[in-house]
Design a protein around this ligand. Structure first.
Ligand SMILES: Cc1cc2nc3c(=O)[nH]c(=O)nc-3n(C[C@H](O)[C@H](O)[C@H](O)COP(=O)(O)OP(=O)(O)OC[C@H]3O[C@@H](n4cnc5c(N)ncnc54)[C@H](O)[C@@H]3O)c2cc1C
Length: 426
């Protein structure tokens, strides 16, 4: 596809110290971050799903390829899926060379995202530490560190004394129930503000001409003679030669509408946050054996995550079993947190693939593309997946960076094998 309509000029009112001052003095209200539109009868590209992936794709379609006749449809509100529910941990220390290269490009995009979108996404590189509680995990970590280094990604196996130096609150004594033998330290890892990323992409995509339609559920996909023709929605039909499924936890339901089967199962993933306390934890700490991870936000809250619930479901209710298990595991790592109070817990949906790697690119239905299978790790990939899917739509074939992640790999038996670096949900 070529850019049928070049990107219109950037209509955003720029956010800056000066404009803040101007608005304060004049009392003039800020324009809405993005606009509402009537649904058009047709678009060049329809993106189903207004999470970070759908919105980033719309943004890069406009910015990199001049394709602006684009609609992003969401059945709820922008960021209401996994993109507004995740724990926003960023890293690129994966296990496969393809995964490492891919996620590293995302970190690169995240590092420049605030300037690119003119929106403070609160990107914070604070290091990421995965703990080893057994010789077997130390072995996998050495393997991971080597794969990372070959791809130019900073990752190092450290011993228990260095773990203690990095995170003094960890219990590294031999008497701990799960003794800490060392860890995989990944200094470029960090956190970001997930809402800001979603809103930043939405505002930027809108300003370049994309139409963002909230409360617009896709109820059917029109496929004739093996080709997608458009979508049916709760607000009317839309003709489109290209339709992208970026609906994560709902992706199999949406793919079914086009008659495409995906090797994806949906599981709930829960997380929780405590009351804010003084900053004491800079590094993101992960324990695969205890199925738990901890980070501290810039507001001081501790954010805890875990692995997916053990059964497939579309439920987004929290459970007491989760809270009990989580609290027990956190206290095994950091006994001094015993007096902290949990403020909230929540759940989101995760679209898990058998090889813990995403599915990106074309399907057997011409014009119907997927950007799915993001499981518990897809937020960090939003920028790179958006950039790559926009490229794929613009040029009609996947760029090299995402070619290994095609749907055909399951039929061809070329699975990615990323489980060793992606089993705990972040
Ligand atoms: C608790 C939790 C913690 C996580 N932690 C991390 C982490 O630390 N780091 C990380 O990288 N990832 C993490 N993840 C995973 C990450 O959140 C997701 O992989 C990512 O947000 C997926 O983004 P998306 O844009 O593909 O989908 P989503 O943000 O889920 O958006 C999909 C959208 O599709 C819409 N939709 C569905 N069906 C339809 C339809 N029929 N018509 C129209 N719209 C539809 C939904 O309303 C939704 O808004 C976590 C997930 C959870 C739940």
């Amino acid at each position: 596809m070529t850019g049928s309509s070049r990107a219109s000029s950037d209509r955003r009112s720029r956010y800056s110290g000066l404009s803040l001052l101007r608005h304060a003095v004049s009392g003039r209200p800020w324009p809405p971050a993005w606009r509402s539109h009537d649904l058009r009868a047709g678009y060049d590209v329809v993106i189903i799903g207004g999470g970070v992936h759908g919105l980033a794709t719309a943004y890069y379609l406009a910015r990199n390829h001049g394709i602006t006749d684009v609609a992003v449809l969401d059945k709820g509100y922008l960021g209401g899926g996994g993109s507004g529910r995740n724990t926003a941990i960023l890293r690129s220390n994966y296990l496969t060379p393809e995964g490492v290269r891919f996620y590293d490009r995302s970190l690169e995009l995240y590092a420049g995202l605030a300037a690119d979108l003119n929106f403070n996404v609160m990107f914070s590189r604070r290091g990421h530490l995965t703990l080893a509680h057994s010789d077997a995990s130390l072995r996998t970590m050495r393997w991971r560190a080597e794969v990372n280094k070959v791809s130019g990604v900073d990752s190092e196996v450290i011993d228990a004394a260095d773990v203690k130096r990095l995170v003094p609150h960890l219990d590294v004594t031999a008497g701990a129930r799960y003794p800490i033998l060392g860890g995989l330290h990944h200094p470029p890892g960090g956190i970001v503000r997930h809402d800001a990323v979603v809103w930043g992409y939405a505002r930027a995509a809108d300003s370049l001409g994309a139409h963002l339609h909230q409360d617009t559920e896709v109820t059917g996909i029109d496929v004739r003679a093996g080709r997608v023709r458009g979508v049916r929605t709760t607000r009317g039909d839309i003709a489109a030669p290209v339709v992208l499924n970026a609906t994560a936890g709902w992706s199999t339901l949406v793919a079914d509408l086009a008659g495409v089967r995906l090797p994806v199962q949906t599981f709930p993933l829960q997380a929780a946050v405590t009351e804010p306390v003084k900053p004491f934890l800079r590094t993101v700490v992960v324990s695969g054996s205890l199925h738990v991870y901890v980070s501290q936000t810039s507001r001081g809250e501790l954010v805890f995550g875990a692995s997916v619930d053990p059964f497939a479901s579309y439920s987004t209710r929290g459970s007491l079993e989760f809270t009990e298990g989580l609290a027990g595991h956190v206290l095994q790592l950091m006994p001094s947190l015993a007096k902290l109070r949990l403020l909230r817990q929540w759940a989101g949906l995760c679209d898990m693939t058998p090889d813990f790697a995403p599915i990106m690119g074309h399907t057997d239905v011409e014009g119907f593309l997927v950007d799915v299978g993001w499981g518990t790790y897809g937020f960090k990939a939003g920028p790179v997946a958006g950039e790559a899917m926009a490229d794929c739509i613009a040029h009609g074939r996947p760029p090299d960076l995402i070619a290994p992640f095609g749907l055909q790999r399951f039929a061809e038996g070329r699975l990615m094998g990323e489980k060793g670096a992606a089993a705990v949900g972040h």
